[in-house]
Design a protein. Structure first.
Lengths: 327, 249
């Protein structure tokens, strides 16, 4: 069996290696695929905090992904049309600066997660799944009907937003940016999981009654986890929109929420590299099988079935062979 | 008379037509073990839930250290000094033995909001946790995954988690459940010494343990306290013998 640390290094090196190899052989599309995998992985690392450590099966994480996307879309739209964004008494100029857009995306997602969490965390099990799904659908249909920002057609951004000192239009540089953010999120996940907060949250998932009897509130622990989780997924949404230079209501779709869960389950729930392995596999299947058949999701389903039936720790569990969370 | 640490005053709880708790007033004084016994369905679990905070009584009060905690939740009561163990072990089975006890230490310190430092690397927490494990004899198993522990060891771990809280009163729900004769005897010896640290309200089916440990016994039947007194008094009580001990008087 392989030590988990080695799996982590190998997967990250593999992802970066593919992008660098693609650069060497001049295959920009492959770099774009690697970037897509890194961004989906980032979104799923966010979800993995709520789902993997906190046990919160959120079928509404597309809300945060979409909010991040629209934060980018709206700011960039106002910047490229030289109009201001009027919020009551405030008039805000648009922006093409990634750090600022990321900040707005993270704050907006965190606030949304706080509100959604406050309302939904009083329920559990299938009710929690349904209430998060309901929030997702609300945002989805709101985005469809919001004609100012393209409604159903979405919103195009002509030029990718900028980052100080980098040329983000160069695929490898944009990949590098996303990759660094992914590594940062992984570091946050790893530290948080082993920290007192992670210990308490992990226990709140397994035995909430015990957590209460030592004087801690499972609800508060889960709420904080949900907010951190939503913020990270929101950041991924902003990057995803910048990758495609396009935002549309599909970023809010429940299918996306479901896909995030699926790729975490395939990679390994609650495992550090679970979301990354799942995202890479997802993008590979989407690309290779998607070229052969429009029904490539069937094969994703077969893999998911195999993992759920025979390898509860996901691919990371298979590789490391160590009993971990959710096993 | 020694100080009253924990008390219920005229607790009432009904589920539909069933009076699960019917005017129950019991107290727990410093330095004692007060055993609560009664046949299945007597309302012990319902009473425990109201004392620990999981269930609100319809009427009556729960007092902890002279403070009315009736409206407080489980976590608040725990912070106020109530240390509880569960009848069916409520432990994080995926976590290590040490992590389970660390959780208690973490709760006792009320500082779970640390996101960057390793929980197992915190010397204070770790020391507190290891002391509790040593006391129940599990220090050597601290690295084990909790699901690998035997049933008896899980019972010991339950007690260790409660110990980390350094509570003012223990509420123990059948700590001997499922233990063999040897394990039961060891735990009896341990609880015997624990009463000086904090009094124990002990719900237990193991009559040998109850008679060996209890300073006072209260007998619950159909939601009511039908008798309360010293071991000798309860042994002699005719109502208890017929209602509970199953002997012909």
């Amino acid at each position: 069996m392989i030590p988990e640390r080695l799996v982590t290094l190998a997967v990250l090196a593999g992802l970066a290696g593919v992008a660098l190899w693609a650069l060497a052989v001049d295959q920009p599309f492959t770099i774009t695929l690697a970037t897509r995998a890194a961004i989906l992985a980032l979104a799923a690392v966010g979800l993995n905090i709520a789902l993997g450590i906190g046990g919160l099966v959120s079928l509404g994480h597309a809300v945060f992904f979409g909010l991040g996307g629209y934060a980018m879309g709206i700011l960039a739209y106002h910047a490229q049309t030289y109009t201001t964004l009027d919020l009551g008494p405030f008039s805000i100029a648009g922006s093409k600066s990634m750090p600022l857009i990321w900040l707005v995306a993270v704050v907006a997602s965190a606030l949304a997660a706080l509100l959604i969490g406050l309302l939904s965390l009083r329920t559990s099990g299938v009710y929690f799944i349904m209430i998060t799904l309901a929030f997702g659908q609300m945002f989805y249909y709101f985005a469809i009907s919001w004609s100012t920002y393209g409604g159903e057609d979405g919103l195009s951004v002509y030029v990718r937003n900028g980052f100080p000192g980098l040329n983000t239009l160069d695929p490898i540089q944009f990949f590098g940016l996303c990759f660094v953010l992914l590594c940062g999120a992984l570091l946050v996940f790893a530290r948080l999981r082993d920290a007192p907060f992670g210990l308490a949250l992990n226990a709140a998932r397994q035995v909430p009654a015990r957590v209460e009897t030592v004087g801690l509130s499972p609800l508060r622990l889960k709420l904080v986890a949900f907010v951190i989780s939503g913020a990270i997924t929101g950041l991924a949404g902003a990057l995803f929109a910048d990758l495609n230079r396009f935002v549309s209501p599909t970023m809010f779709s429940w299918q996306l929420s479901g896909e995030l869960i699926v790729l975490i389950v395939i990679g390994g729930v609650g495992r550090l590299m679970g979301p990354v392995i799942g995202a890479c596999l997802f993008v590979l299947l989407e690309h290779w099988l998607g070229a052969l058949t429009a029904f490539w999701h069937i094969w994703l389903g077969v893999i998911l079935l195999g993992i759920v039936l025979f390898a509860r720790g996901g691919i990371v569990g298979m590789l490391t062979g160590k009993a971990g969370p959710h096993v | 008379m020694s100080e009253t640490i924990l008390a219920t005053h005229n607790l009432m709880k009904s589920f539909g037509a069933l009076r699960a708790t019917d005017d129950v007033s019991i107290d727990l004084r410093a330095g004692e073990i007060h055993a609560l016994i009664g046949p299945n369905g007597a309302g012990k679990s319902t009473l425990i839930a109201q004392i620990s905070g999981g269930l609100r009584p319809d009427a009556g009060r729960v007092m902890l250290m002279g403070r009315d905690v009736t409206q407080d939740g489980t976590a608040t009561r725990a912070r106020a000094g109530l240390g509880r163990t569960f009848q069916i072990s409520a432990l994080a089975m995926e976590d290590s033995v040490l992590e389970n006890v660390l959780l208690g230490a973490l709760g006792a310190e009320g500082r779970p909001w640390r996101f960057w430092s390793r929980a197992t690397g915190d010397e204070d927490l770790r020391a507190r946790a290891m002391v509790a494990l040593e006391r129940v004899g599990l220090a050597g198993d601290h690295d084990k995954r909790t699901s690998e522990l035997s049933h008896g060891q899980r019972r010991q771990l339950e007690v260790a988690v409660a110990l980390t809280l350094r509570p003012r009163a223990f509420l123990m729900d059948e700590p001997m459940a499922g233990l063999g004769a040897g394990g039961s005897k060891r735990l009896t010896g341990f609880l015997d010494g624990l009463r000086d640290e904090a009094p124990i309200l002990l719900v237990e089916h193991d009559m040998d343990a109850v008679f060996a440990l209890a300073d006072r016994i209260s007998v619950l039947a159909s939601g009511r306290v039908i008798a309360s007194g010293t071991v000798a008094e309860i042994r002699a009580d005719r109502a208890v013998r017929t209602a509970y001990l199953g002997e012909e008087a």
